[in-house]
Design a binder for this molecule. Structure first.
Ligand code: H2B
Length: 92
């Protein structure tokens, strides 16, 4: 899957709530009540990632989860990143 053009990235972003694009990556920071809820959220993300065979970089800082999506094999953003981002956004 080829990387998206800047115009395609802009169009996809408009349909992908809560994510920011920069330097070939999509990023979203999610804040939960506490570490436990952050961990439960990350497990749901992990399920979606495994199902899609596409995996975000994930960091947890107590109740703050930072997700970064990029298609490593292509060296940038593809439709796979936006598709997974939207599934993650649907988790709420
Ligand atoms: C073999 C396997 O399909 C690949 O390694 C997948 C797995 N998950 C992946 N995740 C992401 N974000 N980028 C990839 O290029 C990628 N490649």
């Amino acid at each position: 899957m080829a990387t998206l053009t800047p115009e395609q990235v802009t169009a996809e972003l408009a349909a992908t709530e809560g994510w920011q694009a920069a330097d070939g990556e999509l990023t979203r920071v999610v804040t939960r009540e506490n570490f436990r809820d952050a961990l439960l959220f990350v497990n749901a993300v992990g399920y979606l990632a495994e199902r899609a065979n596409h995996h975000p970089d994930i960091s947890i800082a107590w109740n703050k989860v930072t997700l970064t999506l990029s298609t490593h094999s292509e060296g940038g953003l593809t439709g796979k990143d936006f598709a997974l981002a939207r599934l993650i956004s649907d988790l709420g």
